[in-house]
Design a protein around this ligand. Structure first.
Ligand SMILES: Cc1ncc(COP(=O)(O)O)c(C=O)c1O
Length: 404
C-alpha cells in the first residue's frame, strides 16, 4: 500500500505527461505568447529580406561572402539536381557515395592544405563526430568553455575526462595541462572564430603550450573558413599552422553558401572517422545540390578574391561606426560583431528599435551567453551595400538614442 502511495506521489511531482511538461515549459510559453525567434521571411534578395511585407536589411546571416545567390552557385545547384536527382537517399557506407561527394572532398582538402576530407549533411554532425570519433576512455579533453553546442554533444558522447579552460586563454590552458601526465592522450577542442563573441582563437599560443604534451587538436572552423587566411583557407592558415592542427572541422552553411559540414586531416584520420564515427556511418549523405553549391562557392573563393576583400573593408567600417557610437562590441575582430548591452530588457527594446528602422538582427540572452553579456548578434557580409550601410547607421543611431 505504502509503495502504491509513494508511486502516485512521485508521479504527481514529476508531472503527469511529457505533453504537460512541454506545455508548462517557460521557453515554450514565451514562444507561444510573444513568438520571438523563428521569424519567417516571405522573400529574400541579396542582403534584403521581407518580413510581414516590410523590406529589411539582414544583419544576422552567416553568408559572409554573400555567395548564396551568386549566379555560379545557383547554376551549379541546378545542374547537380538535373544530373543526380534530389537526394542520395541514404548513408554512403550502405548506399554508395557519389562522384560529387569525392570531388568536393578532394577540393576542400586541397584548399585547406590537408590530405583528405569527409563531408556530412550538417556541420553539427561533422563537428560532433570530429570529437566523438577520436576521444575514448582514459583520454582527457581540454575544451574552451565557450565552444559550440555540437562540440559539447561530441564530448558528452565520449567517456573521456573533460577539463574546461577559460575562453581563448592560453594561461588557463597551460594551467589545466600542468596537472596532467605528459603521456596521457589529450584532445584540445576549440573554435577558430567564435561567432557569438567575434573572437579569433590564439592558435599560435595554444600550439606552443601543448608542444610535447601528447595533445591531438580539433579545431572547429565553421566561421573561419572563407573568412580568415589569404584566400579564406581559415584560422589555421591565418596563423601559418595548417599542418600543425590535427583535425579541422566546420560547416558549409556559412561562407560556402550551402548546407553541410566537413572534417579534414591526414588520410588515416579521415579513414578512421569513416569507419568509427556513428554520425558518418549512420546518417544520410549530403545531397547533390548542396554539395555542388559548396563546390562552386569554393571555386569562387579562389577565383574572385574581391568578395573577401570587400568583407573585411565592410567589417572595418561597421566596427568603427559602432565603437564611435559608444557601443560595446566585446572586442570582436571578425565579421561576427556582438553588441553587448548586458540586460535582457535593453536587448529586447534595442532590437525592436532596429526593426522599426528596417534592420533585422537576432538577440542572445543569458543563459545562452554569460551573465551580463546579453547581446544583439550581428554579422557583416561582403554583400552589404552602400545603401545597406546608410540604413544600418541610421537604425543604430536611432536605437542608441531611444534605448540607452
Ligand atoms: C562553431 C560552429 N560549429 C558548428 C556549427 C554547426 O554547423 P551547421 O549549421 O552546418 O550544422 C555551427 C553552426 O552554427 C557553428 O557556429
Amino acid at each position: 500500500m505504502l509503495a502504491v502511495i509513494k508511486q502516485r506521489l512521485s508521479g504527481l511531482t514529476a508531472g503527469t505527461s511529457i505533453h504537460s511538461r512541454c506545455q508548462r515549459d517557460e521557453m515554450t510559453q514565451m514562444r507561444l505568447k510573444y513568438k520571438p525567434f523563428y521569424d519567417v521571411f516571405e522573400r529574400q534578395e541579396g542582403s534584403r529580406v521581407w518580413l510581414e511585407g516590410r523590406e529589411m536589411v539582414l544583419l544576422s546571416s552567416n553568408d559572409y561572402l554573400g555567395l548564396t545567390d551568386h549566379p555560379k552557385v545557383i547554376e551549379a545547384g541546378k545542374l547537380a539536381l538535373d544530373e543526380w536527382g534530389a537526394s542520395p537517399t541514404g548513408a554512403r557506407v550502405a548506399n554508395g557515395g557519389r562522384a560529387y561527394h569525392s570531388r568536393l572532398e578532394e577540393k576542400l582538402a586541397a584548399f585547406l592544405g590537408r590530405e583528405a576530407a569527409h563531408i556530412h549533411s550538417a556541420g553539427y554532425l561533422s563537428c560532433m563526430s570530429a570529437v566523438e570519433a577520436f576521444a575514448r576512455k582514459g583520454d582527457l579533453i581540454l575544451v574552451d568553455r565557450n565552444v559550440h553546442s555540437c562540440l559539447w554533444s561530441g564530448i558528452r558522447n565520449t567517456e573521456a575526462r573533460v577539463e574546461k579552460f577559460s575562453h581563448n586563454c592560453p594561461r588557463s590552458l597551460a594551467r589545466a595541462l600542468s596537472f596532467e601526465k605528459p603521456e596521457t592522450p589529450k584532445l584540445l577542442v576549440f573554435e577558430g572564430i567564435y561567432s557569438m563573441e567575434g573572437h579569433i582563437a590564439p592558435v599560435d599560443e595554444f600550439l606552443e603550450i601543448i608542444e610535447g604534451h601528447n595533445v591531438f587538436t580539433v579545431l572547429d572552423d565553421a566561421h573561419g573558413l572563407g573568412v580568415l587566411g589569404e584566400r579564406g583557407q581559415g584560422t589555421a592558415r591565418h596563423f601559418g599552422a595548417s599542418k600543425k592542427v590535427d583535425i579541422v572541422c566546420g560547416s558549409l552553411s556559412k561562407a560556402l553558401a550551402s548546407v553541410g559540414g566537413f572534417v579534414a586531416g591526414d588520410r588515416s584520420l579521415v579513414e578512421y572517422l569513416r569507419t568509427h564515427s556513428k554520425q558518418t556511418l549512420f546518417s544520410a549523405a549530403i545531397g547533390p545540390c548542396q554539395a555542388a553549391c559548396a563546390e562552386a562557392a569554393l571555386d569562387i573563393l579562389q577565383e574572385e578574391p574581391f568578395h573577401l576583400e570587400r568583407l573585411w573593408s565592410n567589417v572595418a567600417r561597421y566596427r568603427e561606426f559602432l565603437i564611435g557610437l559608444g557601443l560595446d562590441v566585446w572586442d570582436s575582430e571578425t565579421p561576427a560583431v556582438p553588441i553587448v548591452l548586458g540586460d535582457k530588457a535593453k536587448v529586447y527594446y534595442f532590437r525592436k528599435a532596429l526593426m522599426e528602422k528596417g534592420v533585422y538582427t537576432t538577440m542572445s540572452i543569458a543563459p545562452a551567453v554569460p551573465p551580463k553579456k546579453d547581446l544583439i548578434r550581428t554579422s557583416i557580409s561582403a554583400r552589404h551595400t552602400e545603401q545597406d550601410f546608410e540604413r544600418i547607421f541610421e537604425a543604430f543611431t536611432y536605437a542608441v538614442k531611444k534605448v540607452l
